[in-house]
Ligand binder design. Structure first.
Ligand code: ZN
Length: 442
């Protein structure tokens, strides 16, 4: 079964729909005026610096927990108090480590998400709301780490030989369960949602759904404007919990053709089964991770470096290693996400047959989020979950060429809306609780 999950995850990810290669670059000057490009750079560069510092601190914290003498002393002290209960040591160390690193990084998150975003007029909430959000977005990670580590150690203690398949299957099942239940359990922490009322926006949704032959279960509006001016949309859930969620900032500010473009992108994710494929790939990663951990801990036990696979004294090593791997996996996750997003863009262009609306959407998303048209390569490789704005505009240009549709699109400075920005809960220094969702693009 473990092998089947891994094969399913890999095949689902690599064998999925893809976008054509786009090698004809688009000039930023054609779509964005120089003052916007300068403003976006001015906003983003300090955030990049803060995000790099946050990654370094997180990685350093993981290494210190796993390997440094003080890290080992603290874990030993906790293990001594937990007595013969490795699961309790695991709960305290895992929950505590994820809580502590978030608290240590919170000044950076506050600066990036509150102070800096506010300086650029991108935040609509006060400090109390921001703090509540911080707790609501981060707490699921603290609780989740404690519960998962406690359960895994309880199983490994009870079944010292047979634990890997049990923990791998449990982890994979938990992950898929979270994707299904996320819209009901995690998303209410972030937004209040309401059904999209009849009107031009809902008509736009129905038009795209009819064009694509897609059944839209549920289209909701989220009250994103309570914290941000950022515009976005996403699809989440599986089966009965599947939904398309539009930010109210987007619906209020945009014309129906732009909303059609957003919805086309989200329906493309649905048609490509991206949530399912992404969940399977993540489940495969969990299975591989558990077996790798089992092999490593087994070897350490055989060499006498720890008393048993569930030795409480080695909990710090395990939690630190998991933390470090999750930091280092960021660019792999980003690359997988970019592939899915590019394929969804391409499908959206086919569904929509309105490349102009698609291009307008990309320009508006970049402006409302103060995104650089072409971010630096290192940043794009590490954190870029979506193709850059210029890559997406190049995709539309490619579609025009293939469809025999006239090139061009609107001239430069066609969009007059002033750049706004957002409460920056999505900055790498302050990531929201990982929600299994595919988004339109910010
Ligand atoms: Zn998307």
């Amino acid at each position: 079964m473990a092998a089947a999950i891994v094969v399913g995850g890999v095949v689902g990810l690599l064998g999925g729909p893809s976008a054509p290669e786009v090698d004809d670059p688009v000039s930023a000057a054609r779509w964005f005026d120089a003052s916007f490009v300068g403003l976006a750079r001015e906003y983003q560069v300090p955030r990049d610096v803060v995000a790099v510092v946050a990654v370094a601190l997180r990685g350093g914290f993981a290494l210190a927990l796993a390997m440094s003498p003080p890290g080992r002393r603290v874990v030993g002290w906790i293990a001594a108090r937990a007595g013969q209960r490795p699961w309790l040591t695991a709960v305290v160390v895992a929950g505590g480590a994820f809580l502590l690193i978030d608290v240590l990084l919170s000044p950076l998150a506050f600066w990036s998400g509150f102070v800096h975003a506010g300086d650029y007029g991108l935040r609509t909430q006060g400090v109390g709301g921001w703090l509540l959000d911080w707790v609501a977005f981060r707490a699921p990670t603290w609780v989740g780490a404690a519960v998962v580590a406690g359960l895994a150690y309880a199983v490994a203690t009870r079944f010292p030989r047979g634990w890997p398949p049990l923990v791998a299957a449990g982890g994979a099942a938990l992950l898929v369960g979270l994707v299904v239940a996320g819209p009901l359990v995690l998303e209410p922490l972030a937004y209040d949602t309401r059904p999209l009322e009849p009107g031009p926006a809902r008509q736009a949704v129905q038009d795209v759904a009819a064009a694509g032959g897609v059944d839209v279960h549920k289209v909701l509006i989220a009250d994103a404007s309570k914290r941000t001016t950022r515009e976005n949309a996403y699809i989440s859930g599986l089966g009965a919990t599947r939904r398309v969620v539009l930010f109210d900032t987007l619906v209020q500010a945009r014309q129906p053709n732009t909303i059609r473009a957003v919805v086309a992108h989200e329906l493309a994710h649905h048609q490509h089964r991206d949530i399912l494929r992404g969940s399977l790939a993540a489940a495969a990663a969990v299975v591989v991770g558990v077996y790798a951990l089992a092999a490593w801990l087994g070897a350490r036990t055989r060499r006498g470096r720890q008393r048993a696979v569930s030795d409480p004294g080695a909990v710090g090593l395990v939690v630190g290693a998991v933390m470090l791997v999750s930091v280092l996996a960021t660019p792999i996750e980003a690359a997988a996400s970019r592939g899915m997003e590019a394929a969804a863009d391409w499908r959206a262009l086919q569904l929509l047959e309105e490349p102009g609306a698609f291009e307008q959407l990309q320009v508006q998303l970049a402006r409302s989020n103060l995104n650089r048209p072409a971010p630096p390569v290192w940043r794009h490789v590490w954190w870029g979950t979506h193709p850059s704005p210029l890559e997406r505009l190049a995709m539309a240009q490619r579609w025009r060429a293939m469809a025999g549709s006239p090139p061009a699109g609107p001239p430069r400075r066609a969009f007059v809306d002033e750049p706004k920005a957002a409460c920056d809960t999505a900055s790498p220094g302050h990531a929201p609780a990982r929600r299994p969702a595919r988004s339109a693009g910010a």
